[in-house]
Design a protein around this ligand. Structure first.
Ligand code: AHR
Length: 644
């Protein structure tokens, strides 16, 4: 009998995991955590800008797509002309009497994957127009073409166009119903003469801060409290060829005159036949700077280094040489003037005209994206020289190429050290194992020379590249190592940021959306938990004297926050829950605010249909005699905030 009891107890003891004993030494001093530590990277990929964050609902609003009426259906007297009022977007449409062959003259816009109109919501319509001779009358409608086989009109307004001068006409339309696949229709009424129309625009009346951005999507960015905003790419900075590289000067000034650009991702849809992805520049550099300010992030523009995408153009002879860079370098210097210059300077005065006389306080500028080879180092050198001389306030970011290791990476790092850039942009799109194995990547990194900007990263699940729970868990484990080394990695930005569910080229992405709603992925919550709890200074957190980077499946880091609280982040990648004892040396706390993000769903992910599947949960727990005792759920990220 006695023997049986002993063996039951022994079996019980064997199945109980020993607690992991984390010692947080609050008297020990680690690196300062800068405000830039966790940021966001915006690129116009996956319809992130036009059709996404930029709230314009009309596709091909200026008739500048290579097929002028792409996105439009036309009936009756519709003719595309090209001597319009906006020099850099010269196309417009002439609407004339349909004659006896057609009942009416009409243009129908399909929007970006249809129009999502909400019942009771108002929409702001505007159009540039002129009458050809006698006054003309336009009828503008929000319509639902799918209503019982018959088009239903949800809202309607008349516009009287008078005079031969181009003028902007504006009306507001309030939808009588909610529809998912609506259309915008513009009729030329028979009661008047012919009219020319250009830059046809429809925005929801309710936008982010009353500006041109979609409210829910900008709010999602704000809620991340990002320390830095990298924009506008990525590969679109490089372009497929020189002609379609991103040129910031084309994206400022009146929107009507910002020239259309091909989107470098136009031909990269795995499942869409026709390329209709162009950049209007409506979300341009001014808007990026304003957004940065509104969400409290330091702006970090990326400019072309005078090289086009090397993946698309492997032949080096395609690249211009390093002594032909005058225009590119001038663009960089002028951008600093646009952001920081006084209102009497050429570019500073444009910023003021656009509505922001105060400087934007630009501090960081990246030159080049995923370039490689000696050419890149040679191209970057004159930028560094000129920017150091003319813009000493700017920290220059060079690139370590597309991969986080290997020959290109090593030689680029050598080049970046020789040029003495301030930061080097490293990209890691790798699988689960890589993320777990690299939590200590920066522990022994040289503490002199350029710092690291983790400019693009996401765990690309092996065989399953989606925003699934396990990928997010691995990102969290890796991020504990970034944070522990905040002195060498002062900035990190997950990538990419946005994806339209009907127009994506790349995944995983941080936030998915359709035309009216959006979903925050598990990776979003990982980013948010790190960002909201980044603290201001790392303090040593160890197990048995060792930093915690995968010790028995546990990853951890601790920081002090500005308000005096102590934050411990623990990631448990094990299949089982892990008892934890955290000794808070030198810190007297009686309460812990605990935020738990359970990521044990394997391939589970949040979706528009099920957006709350994976979300953080908060609780309050007690601490006694400087020791917190609790359990870290299997496959989870837990953030403990201890208050004195
Ligand atoms: O984030 C998507 C792409 O990944 C970026 O454009 C590029 O820099 C990287 O290859």
């Amino acid at each position: 009998m006695k023997k049986t009891v002993i063996s039951v107890i022994a079996a019980f003891v064997c199945t109980q995991l020993l607690a992991v004993n984390i010692l947080v030494d609050t008297k020990g001093k680690g690196p300062a955590v800068p405000s830039t530590m966790y940021g966001i990277f915006f690129e116009d990929i996956n319809f992130a800008a036009d059709g996404g964050l930029y709230a314009e609902m009309v596709k091909n609003r200026s008739f500048e797509f290579p097929q002028s009426l792409m996105g439009w259906s036309s009936f009756g007297g519709v003719e595309v002309r090209n001597d319009g009022p906006f020099e850099r977007n010269p196309h417009y449409v002439r609407l004339t009497d349909p004659g006896h062959r057609s009942k009416f003259t009409m243009l129908v816009n399909e929007g970006f994957f249809g129009y999502d109109f909400q019942e009771g919501a108002s929409y702001h319509f505007s159009v540039w127009a002129r009458a050809c001779s006698e006054p003309a009358s336009l009828r503008v409608e929000l319509a639902d073409p799918s209503a019982d086989g018959e088009t239903q009109v949800l809202a309607q307004q008349q516009i009287k166009v008078e005079g031969s001068e181009w003028k902007k006409y504006e009306v507001s339309l309030t939808s009588g119903q909610s529809v998912k696949d609506g259309r915008l229709r513009i009729f030329l009424e028979k009661t008047g003469g012919a009219a020319d129309i250009e830059h046809v625009s429809l925005f929801p009346a309710e936008t982010w801060n009353g500006g041109p951005l979609r409210k829910d999507l900008a709010q999602a960015l704000y809620d991340l409290h990002p320390g830095v905003l990298r924009f506008p790419g990525g590969c679109i900075v490089e372009g497929t060829e020189y002609f379609d590289r991103y040129q910031w000067k084309n994206t400022v000034g009146p929107v009507e005159n910002r020239p259309l650009n091909n989107n470098r991702w136009n031909f990269e849809f795995p499942y869409r036949d026709f390329p209709d992805y162009f950049q209007t520049g409506g979300l341009g550099f001014y808007e990026y700077f304003v957004l940065s300010e509104e969400i409290g992030a330091a702006p970090l523009p990326v400019l072309n280094v005078g090289m086009v995408c090397q993946f698309e153009n492997p032949d080096p002879s395609v690249q211009i040489s390093a002594d032909e860079l005058e225009e590119y370098i001038q663009d960089a210097v002028d951008l600093v003037e646009f952001a920081n210059g006084g209102v009497s300077t050429k570019w500073g005065s444009l910023r003021a005209q656009m509505g922001h006389p105060e400087p934007f306080g630009l501090k960081y500028l990246a030159i080049g994206n995923e370039q490689w080879g000696d050419e890149y180092v040679r191209h970057l050198a004159p930028f560094v020289k000129e920017l150091r001389a003319k813009c000493p306030e700017i920290q220059i970011i060079g690139s370590a190429g597309p991969f986080p290791g290997g020959e290109w990476f090593d030689s680029l790092w050598k080049g970046m050290r020789d040029l003495n850039v301030d930061l080097v942009d490293e990209h890691y799109y790798r699988d689960e194992k890589w993320f777990l194995d690299n939590a200590g990547r920066y522990d022994d990194f040289p503490r002199t020379g350029p710092k690291v900007f983790a400019g693009e990263y996401a765990c690309h699940g092996k065989g399953y590249k989606r925003n699934h729970a396990n990928a997010s868990l691995c990102e969290a484990a890796f991020m504990t190592g970034l944070e522990r080394n905040a002195d060498v990695v002062p900035m990190a930005t997950y990538a990419p940021l946005f994806a339209h569910v009907k127009g994506w080229q790349w995944r995983p992405d941080l936030i998915w959306f359709d035309n009216s709603s959006s979903v925050r992925t598990a990776s979003y919550y990982v980013q948010q938990l790190f960002s909201l709890n980044k603290g201001v200074q790392v303090v040593p957190a160890t197990v048995g004297g060792e930093t915690i980077k995968g010790n028995d499946g546990i990853y951890a880091n601790a920081v002090k926050d500005a308000d005096g609280s102590l934050i411990l982040k623990v990631v448990n990648v094990n299949e089982s829950e892990q008892p934890l004892e955290a000794s808070l040396k030198g810190f007297s706390a009686s309460k812990a605010e605990v935020t738990t993000l359970v990521l044990d769903g394997g391939r589970a992910e949040n979706s528009l249909e099920n957006p709350h599947l994976i979300e953080p949960v908060s609780s309050k727990e007690s601490v006694s005699s400087g020791v917190y005792k609790g359990k870290v759920p299997a496959k989870s990220l837990v953030v403990y905030r201890f208050r004195k």
